[in-house]
Write a protein that binds this ligand. Structure first.
Ligand code: ATP
Length: 430
């Protein structure tokens, strides 16, 4: 049954004034150039769910580039065309942006490759999308402003909380939809519909995810990690056996889950210490733990993970247990420092995965201390001049020792301590 419900009232009630006016204008421009104009996709889904979404995706039946050019001129926006894809973006002076596309059908020359594009109608355009909940359009032309185009029972699925593909080959055409299904399911607390899940599993077992480039998979994983519910999504990826097809040597056990729980707990404090950290690399530290070197390098190559990550992973796997014990025993910061130094955010997160709440607290104090502590009076230069020591590793050793002293006691007199260190050193020499 076709559904052409009128959702104009919802538009009026839920959208900011300015946005509503913009949509009306776009509809009028559509009439001017004689083209049907729609707002589509995630915007419509979120509107009906009552969730704010300012990503406006417009689809035009006809020449989308021509429409974009006309609209840009009328409204005083800057248009940037992407001719190859028959799409364009309009940039407004205040930085607001909307995307305009030509209604199209896509056909796939080979599974798991990017699609070829043909001009088409709104129904076919919606049919090529990932899930029913993302496949609705609202018409904007004045006479039909606010009419919902729902060809695939999308609104029903939205009400019932169901993630459903539009046709059987959907996952084969674009296997990244396998990961997207989990993302939307967990974001909205929905459920992947039974047949969809069967097809998903068949496609997985057919090895289609392995045909997709690593960078496209990585992008989808990174999008999952941006979600509020990302830990639940990781669990679901494991449960549906998707994780195995992304990281073949990962066994998602209860122990691994507990480590992620600890790490997620620590994420909340991390921003105080590190301005930016890469959540993807942090989570991978746990998911790729104990990989043999070759498998690790292979995964790193596939997903564009830097060499440094591989080296750090190997190093931190060796020290994590002793460091955990030292933290648990509340040993001196200087003792921990001698093993761990100033860890990268990823390594700090990895250590945190092994720590219960109380120990995380002590570890957090450690990190803060290590990153805040600076020698104020003594520099390498100063040591060289005052004691007539030549540049070389010995200077580093002296500075390090002094730094350790200060880690344990902020109130030390740097000059006095330095004197003692030098004396000791010269005593050793004799
Ligand atoms: P989000 O709220 O995360 O931005 P979204 O639904 O807007 O979700 P986008 O990735 O921005 O997601 O995609 C916009 C729209 O394009 C989707 O609603 C969907 O209709 C369509 N789409 C995106 N990726 C795919 C895909 N891989 N296969 C089919 N359709 C897709």
């Amino acid at each position: 049954v076709l559904n052409f419900e009128d959702v104009k009232d919802i538009l009026i009630r839920r959208l900011p004034r300015r946005l509503l006016n913009l949509l009306r204008l776009l509809g009028e421009y559509g009439d001017d150039v004689n083209m049907p104009v729609y707002v589509v996709g995630g915007f419509v889904r979120d509107l009906l769910l009552g969730i704010e979404n300012l990503d406006v995706d417009i689809v035009v039946e006809g020449d989308g580039l021509k429409f974009a050019e006309y609209a840009a001129k009328q409204i005083g926006a800057k248009m940037v065309p992407y001719e190859k894809f028959l799409t364009a973006s309009l940039f407004f002076k205040d930085g607001f942006r909307i995307d305009i596309a030509t209604a199209r059908t896509e056909y796939y020359e080979k599974p798991a490759k990017l699609p070829m594009v043909d001009i088409s109608t709104i129904k076919k355009d919606l049919y090529r999308r990932d899930f029913t909940i993302n496949a609705m359009a609202i018409k904007l032309n004045p006479l039909a402003f606010g009419i919902l185009f729902d060809f695939f029972q999308s609104r029903k699925d939205l009400k019932e909380g169901i993630i459903r593909v539009l046709h059987r080959l959907s996952f084969v055409e674009d296997p990244t939809r396998i990961i997207r299904a989990v993302r939307f399911e967990q974001r909205f607390g929905f459920h992947i519909e039974e047949t969809t899940q069967e097809i998903l599993t068949e496609t997985l077992e057919g090895g289609y995810l392995e045909k997709v480039t690593g960078s496209r998979i990585r992008q989808e994983i990174e999008k999952i990690l941006e979600e509020q519910s990302s830990l639940k999504a990781i669990r679901r990826l494991a449960e549906l056996n998707i994780l195995k097809h992304i990281f073949p040597k990962t066994y998602y056990t209860g122990v691994m889950d507990k480590k992620l729980v600890n790490m997620y707990n620590f994420f909340q404090k991390l921003g105080d210490i590190y301005k930016n950290y890469n959540k993807f690399y942090c989570v991978l530290r746990v998911l790729l733990e104990f990989y043999d070197e070759n498998s690790l390098k292979e995964v790193a190559r596939r997903y564009g993970i830097p060499k440094k990550f591989v080296e750090e992973t190997k190093f931190s796997e060796k020290i994590v247990i002793p460091v955990k014990e030292m933290i648990h025993d509340k040993m001196l910061f200087s003792d921990i420092y001698k093993v761990l130094g100033k860890p990268s955010p990823e390594t700090a997160c990895y250590i945190s995965a092994y720590l219960e709440c109380d120990d995380q607290e002590y570890f957090y104090e450690y990190l803060k201390k290590v990153y805040e502590t600076k020698l104020e009076k003594v520099s390498g230069e100063y040591v060289m001049k005052k004691y007539g020591i030549k540049a070389g590793p010995i200077i580093g050793k002296i500075m390090n020792e002094l730094f350790c002293k200060k880690l344990d006691d902020m109130k030390i007199d740097e000059i006095f301590e330095l004197e003692r260190i030098i004396k000791n050193l010269r005593g050793e020499d004799e």
